[in-house]
Design a protein. Structure first.
Length: 177
């Protein structure tokens, strides 16, 4: 009888473990992240690390830590951004970009409602922003509400090209996964 009880207990434990391992963590299961008041000084931990939902069909896979290595075009003072890091996380159609003191969490569904609703980078002095995000023809496009420019990220080989309107373009390389 003791062996039967041990076997039943073992089966119960294994079935519970397998059920937990098979549970999918969706983008909707994870709370939306926002930039903290006063911005962050040390990059915070990952937001979507536990998400198991596959990327949406139209998404480009930008996941990883990226470093700005080149100013492709733009004013010379933009070179001060070389060496800056961006962490990009993705899950389903959700994207979290953490860089330069901000954490911008968005859905790439083209809506302002599900886009970035946070504060701008530090040079904006905490001005609220609303930005629609989408994937179009292999490009991640951000459309800030009320601003006639787009911010785009596109993979070209092993590089990530980041265009900030028609004025500034950077080339980034992946540093680590």
């Amino acid at each position: 009888m003791k062996r039967i009880l041990q076997a039943v207990a073992l089966l119960f434990f294994l079935s519970a473990t397998l059920t937990q391992a098979d549970e999918q963590v969706l983008a909707d299961d994870i709370p939306i992240a926002h930039t903290p008041a006063g911005y962050w000084k040390t990059m915070p931990g990952s937001v979507l690390a536990n998400c198991t939902e596959p990327l949406s069909e139209d998404a480009i896979d930008m996941r990883g830590m990226w470093i700005i290595v080149e100013l492709v075009s733009g004013p010379a003072n933009s070179e001060r951004s070389i060496g800056n890091l961006q962490r990009i996380e993705q899950c389903g159609n959700r994207i979290v970009i953490t860089a330069g003191g901000v954490t911008h969490d968005m859905r790439a569904d083209g809506s302002y409602e599900n886009g970035v609703n946070d504060i701008g980078e530090p040079s904006t002095n905490g001005r609220p922003i609303s930005v629609a995000a989408s994937f179009e023809n292999g490009v991640h496009i951000l459309r800030p509400k009320g601003v006639p420019i787009t911010v785009e990220r596109e993979l070209q080989g092993d590089s990530l090209i980041w265009r900030y309107g028609p004025i500034i373009t950077f080339r980034l390389e992946r540093t680590r996964e």
